[in-house]
Design a protein around this ligand. Structure first.
Ligand code: TRP
Length: 362
């Protein structure tokens, strides 16, 4: 069976380093591994509208930001098909048919939907489109017969719901859809990078992110102001690692070779952590180390982004080309789905003949 990746992001802002370690870095690795037959990367603008219906301009403005971030991180349109969700009408059609296979109570139990309803204060006034976005996400994934969906841990319930829809579809109508597997980042610390302030998640509204497109000065300022251990006041004090955001980021970004390069007094992260816990290691030193490491990742990204920014029309062209290719694949799946559901009346010569016979014998 062909190995096919589909994944994507909502274009509601520039991408940040949480996206980078949580998914982008992994995607680029998968892309370059040569192990996959096809890779689809979707800018999920239609899904972004499910909770930004009153602000389509925000979504419109951020499509190019996300596309630039993709290219800057090393996604390559020669190897990955990058496309815009709303421009693929087949996704809406698939969603419409999948809606019959999902109950309201099942959607209400989806943990991601539950958490997001709370976070957005929707309470009783949940838009139907938002409530049903797991179904549309199942359409996104199955339209491309994806076998592998590399996403962050928060998307686990979405993939589970997709798998249920696929099973229900295939049992009800016959095998037409592929059951996808989730692919989580391999490094624990990358599953959910906390915000700079130590809060659960990086989010634009909390203003606790480092964006991929930020300048070195902005990043330095942010790192130097990061949340650490509030009880670690003097350098000599013993410090805590748990919940210390600087160390969480080191877990996500630090490689053994960074020590010989920037902190040769230590051999690895465990030694650095042990020193911090014993006391005698100041926050500033650790933060400078983290800053140096972050810049190793972010500088080349920023440089590539600046190059792509010079020809924005070419980036839109690339998206249009990707969208055209993606639509051709989605159209094949939709045709297979309609065949399986037997709603392919005009292509079904047997149906027409059978009906003709029935009426002639009257
Ligand atoms: N829900 C994803 C997010 O919020 C975006 C997304 C939409 C997606 N459709 C998808 C991810 C399909 C993976 C597969 O980030």
């Amino acid at each position: 069976m062909a190995k096919i990746i589909l994944t994507g992001d909502r274009p509601t802002g520039r991408l940040h380093i949480g996206h980078y370690v949580g998914s982008l870095r992994e995607r680029v690795k998968l892309q370059n591994s040569g192990e996959f037959d096809k890779i689809f990367i979707m800018i999920a603008d239609a899904q972004a509208l499910t909770d930004n219906a009153d602000n389509p301009e925000k979504v419109r403005q951020n499509i190019i930001e996300v596309a630039l971030d993709y290219l800057a991180c090393g996604l390559d349109p020669e190897k990955s098909i990058i496309f815009i969700q709303s421009q693929i009408p087949q996704l809406c059609e698939l969603s419409f048919y999948y809606m019959n296979l999902v109950t309201v109570s099942r959607l209400q139990r989806n943990p991601t939907v539950k958490a997001e309803i709370q976070a957005r204060n929707f309470e009783a006034s949940i838009p139907v489109g938002f409530f049903t976005y797991p179904i549309s996400q199942a359409a996104d994934i199955t339209a491309f017969q994806a076998t592998t969906v590399p996403v962050g841990e928060d998307q686990m319930p979405m993939i589970e719901q997709t798998r249920e829809i696929v099973r229900k579809f295939n049992i009800t109508y016959g095998e037409a859809l592929t059951e996808p597997d989730i692919l989580l980042p391999s490094n624990e610390a990358c599953l959910r990078l906390p915000g700079l302030d130590g809060k659960a998640k990086m989010s634009k509204s909390l203003d606790n992110c480092i964006y991929l497109s930020e300048t070195a000065d902005e990043i330095k300022k942010k790192v130097m102001n990061m949340y650490t251990d509030p009880e670690h006041i003097r350098v000599a004090d013993p410090g805590k690692i748990e919940g210390n955001t600087v160390f969480t980021y080191l877990d996500a970004f630090c490689q053994p070779e960074h020590f010989s390069k920037y902190l040769p007094d230590y051999n690895n992260l465990d030694e650095l952590k042990a020193h911090y816990q014993r006391g005698g290691l100041g926050d500033v030193k650790v933060k400078k180390f983290l800053y140096a490491i972050l810049m190793e990742y972010l500088e080349p990204i920023k440089k590539r982004r600046t190059e792509f920014e010079k020809d924005i029309p070419a980036v839109y062209k690339m998206l249009q080309e990707g969208t055209r290719k993606a639509e051709a694949v989605a159209a094949q799946t939709l045709a297979a789905v309609k065949d399986a559901m037997r709603i392919n009346y005009f292509d079904d010569a047997a149906l027409i003949a059978e009906q003709a016979k029935k009426f002639q014998n009257k």
